[in-house]
Every structure is written in C-alpha cells, then in structure tokens.
Design a protein around this ligand. Structure first.
Ligand code: NAD
Ligand code: ZN
Ligand code: ZN
Length: 369
C-alpha cells in the first residue's frame, strides 16, 4: 500500500519551505523505501529552494541522510528490510561511457527511483539530488542505499551522504592529497571543514584554513588546520604563499565556489599545483583570466563532483575510521533539530553559525528498535 507521510518541499523559487503530506509509493523493481532517522541541512538544499539548481519545482528537499530500509522491490538482492544505510546520490550504472572506462565515480547515468513521490493532488515531486530525505520515509533506487556499521549514530553517519563526503573526497580523491603535502582550504563550512579533516587523514603536513568568519576558523583548527587566515583582513594569496616558503600550497581547495575564491585558489597554489573546485557556482558567475597565466602556472584545475567518491567503497571505510576515533564526524553536527526548525537552520547556515544542523526524525525510533 502506498503510504502518506510528512515531508519538506520547496514549492516555488525563493518561497519558504513547507511541511506537507506526501504520497510514497511501494518500492517497484530495483527500488527501496527507507525510514529516515537523520538528515543534515546542506547548502545545496538552500540552492534548490532559491532556484539556483533548476526550475523543476516542487522539490522534495534533504539529501544527507541515514536510515533503516523498510521494504525493497522486486529483484533487489543486496539489501533487505532492517538494513542500516546511508543514502547516496551516486548509484553507478556500470554501463555508461565512464563506467565502461573504469571510472565509475564519473558515472553519467546514475540510478534514482523510477516511480515518483507526489503531493496529495498528484503533483510529482523532484527529490533533491534524486534523494529527498526531509521526510519520514523516502523512495530511492536500491543502489542509493549503502550499508554501514549500525554502531555509527545516524546524525553523524548521514553527513557522509553529501557534504562531508564531498569535502573529504575533494582532498583525498580529487586533490590526491598525500603524506607531507601542503593544502589550503578556502571556505570552512561543512564541506571545507571536511576537506581539512580529509587532508589530515591523508597525512598533509601543512593545512591552511581560509574563511571570512573567525568562528569557522576556530572549528577548522579543532579539525586539523595548522594555520588560519581570515581573508577579510589579509590578502589570502599572499598569506598562503608566505606560509609555504613563498611558493604556495601543493593543493588549494575552493569550498565556496565564487569567482573571487576560485581566483585566490588559482593564484595562491604553487607552480604546477592543483586547484580543486568543490563549492558550487551559480549560473551568472564567470571568470576571466590571462590565458598565459593558465599556461604559465601549469598544474591541474579540477572540479570535484561529490568528492569523486564511490559510496560502496568509501562510506563503509570512513564509517570504520569514525568508529575507531580517527574521523571526527560528530564535530560536524552543530545541532540536532526537528523538521519544523528547518527554516531557522537555513538562517543559521546563512549567518555562518553552524557546520551542520541535522534534522532528527521522531518516527524513526520505531524503525530502529
Ligand atoms: N561538489 C559537490 O559535490 C558538493 C557537495 C555538497 C556541497 N557542495 C557545495 O559546497 C559549498 C559549501 O557548502 P557548505 O555546506 O560547506 O556551505 P556553508 O554555508 O556551510 O559554508 C560556506 C563557508 O564559506 C565561507 N565563505 C563564504 N564566502 C567566502 C569567501 N569569499 N572567502 C572565504 N570563505 C567564504 C563561509 O563563511 C562559510 O564558512 C556550497 O556551494 C555547496 O553547494 C558541493
Ligand atoms: Zn555509469
Ligand atoms: Zn549536499
């Protein structure tokens, strides 16, 4: 029987979010219904609400979630009711040109649920990043459920589903940060702080945190930054270079995604250094550069989609590191809130007061028991 549950939608561009009744179909072939226990509030949800990602309103928001599989559809073999999972937005297809070349982290044809969740009047919803998890139960493709050790609490584990994975992966997968490297991270919100934690995990010798907010820089230090720069007071390009013998870091990660921060990363890194763009720009943003600088500075200019992660490879491994006390996922959970406090959480994010607010779903208690 299709179920009716409560979930958070963005009905139209810029309008406040609404908690409404949503129809969730039974899982069809290759699909699963998951009871959500916790879902983090990511900047991307705010981008959706503001129309920065697309015009496919209404959106069902939320995508950094952990929960319990309630039911699975026909043909689903690796997943069963009761499994504890983190939801991912990269269920790789295995047959697109990227997958066939052995680069599934670029998969161009990832799986999402085939059926649609709808409003009571039948209007079809667009789930954020193909997930939609500010809801008691959601419908996803079975491959979007990655099983992890249930000892990891949902509020922390769910964060690996997007921002924290994107940040860690920007450092260790895309940036290939290695032992002894110097790294700078511009923008120390949830994603940038995770890039700092990832750089520490990878053995970086120097980790420079750059932000315009002193509170964020303080948290960055707790997560492993060895130096901090408040770029409202000083030129970050000069400061990065001064801290690295006048040369610049080996890898600079832009976790803001604005033309000015990208340029800081471009000019701040060492010659032949790596720039990783993980912050998401908006459609009107452009950069203009002397082509000779692009040639003359060399190195690589990369984007990091979801930290170039493979959920099946990376989530269980990172959860194990968390349970061993080697990855401080709890430090990313600034507050646990109810779904009714989501708009306030967006405000706090906007004012830079949180790394992550995490929505806890009361109804999930029964599923976890
Ligand atoms: N590439 C991906 O797969 C992926 C995944 C998740 C999120 N993101 C994107 O990453 C970005 C960051 O997300 P978040 O959740 O960490 O956001 P956030 O709002 O928590 O953090 C942004 C941080 O940047 C800082 N900042 C803003 N302007 C700055 C500037 N000019 N210089 C230095 N610091 C500045 C803010 O003070 C804040 O600390 C967003 O654009 C988000 O959409 C990308
Ligand atoms: Zn593919
Ligand atoms: Zn996200």
């Amino acid at each position: 029987m299709p179920q009716q549950v409560k979930g958070v939608i963005a009905r139209s561009k810029g309008a406040p979010t609404e908690l409404v009744v949503i129809n969730v179909p039974d899982p069809g072939p290759g699909e699963a219904v998951v009871t959500i226990q916790a879902c983090g509030v990511c900047h991307t949800d705010l981008h959706y609400r503001e129309g920065g990602i697309g015009e496919d309103f209404p959106y069902l928001l939320g995508h950094e979630a952990a929960g319990i599989v309630e039911s699975v559809g026909e043909g689903v073999r690796d997943l069963q009711p009761g499994d504890y999972v983190i939801l991912n937005w990269r269920a790789v297809c295995g047959s697109c040109r990227a997958c066939k070349r052995g680069r599934p982290w670029y998969c161009f044809s990832t799986f999402n649920a085939t059926q649609k969740m709808t409003l009571e009047d039948g209007t079809e919803l667009s789930p954020a990043l193909g997930i939609g998890a500010f809801i008691d139960k959601t419908l996803v493709a079975a491959g979007q459920c990655t099983k992890v050790d249930p000892a990891a609490r949902p509020a922390a584990a769910g964060l690996l589903g997007c921002g924290v994975m994107a940040g860690i992966g920007a450092a260790i997968n895309t940036g290939n940060v290695s032992r002894g490297d110097s790294v700078a991270v511009i923008g120390c919100g949830g994603v940038g702080s995770a890039a700092i934690a990832g750089s520490l995990l990878a053995g970086a010798a120097k980790i420079i945190a750059i932000d315009i907010d002193d509170n964020k820089l303080q948290t960055a230090t707790q997560l492993g930054a060895t130096h901090v720069i408040n770029s409202t007071n000083v030129d970050p390009v000069e400061a990065m270079q001064q801290l690295t013998g006048g040369f610049g870091p080996d890898v600079v990660i832009d976790a803001v995604g604005r033309p000015e921060t990208w340029k800081q990363a471009f000019y701040g890194r060492d010659l032949a250094g790596t720039l990783v763009l993980v912050g998401v720009p908006t459609p009107e943003m452009t950069v203009e550069l002397p082509l000779l600088d692009v040639f003359g500075r060399g190195g690589s200019l990369k984007s990091s989609w979801y930290g170039d992660c493979l959920p099946e490879r990376d989530f269980p491994m990172l959860i194990n590191l968390y349970l061993q006390g080697r990855l401080p996922l709890d430090a990313f959970v600034t507050e646990e809130i109810s779904v009714a406090q989501l708009e306030a959480a967006f405000d706090k994010m906007h004012r830079g007061q949180v790394l992550r607010s995490v929505v806890i779903f009361a109804d999930a208690a029964g599923a976890a028991a």
